[in-house]
Design a protein around this ligand. Sequence first.
Ligand code: ZN
Length: 139
Amino acid sequence: MKSLRKELWFNTPTRVAFINITQEVRTAIKESKIKEGLCLVNAMHITASVFINDDESGLHQDYKDWLEELAPHEPTSHYRHNRTGEENGDAHLKRQIMGREVVVAITNGDLDFGPWEQIFYGEFDGQRKKRVLIKIIGE
Ligand code: ZN
């Protein structure tokens, strides 16, 4: 069995951001030379997500609005977690809703996607260095 491990690094200029990482994942699959297998992509931080959906700006704004309604950033005193001195209580909750990771089948050396599927990094407590793990296994 072959495998490949790779990290992607991010430092988003805004606290909340969605970044399409599909091409970076495809590049990693090419580097792995794996034709049939599985590809795991996960956020390595508990205030960030990796998820699959449409690359459509209206949808992304809908996500941001919906998440802000569910878990508003302010008032930060609203969250027990912030009693630790942090201000990212909302970011932990947003990450939980949007998920930690995705697993995608690799068929014939590429992501075996349905129509419109794209992989995104979801940042909810940005403006600092954070990373995503890609692990690919197969033959
Ligand atoms: Zn925290």
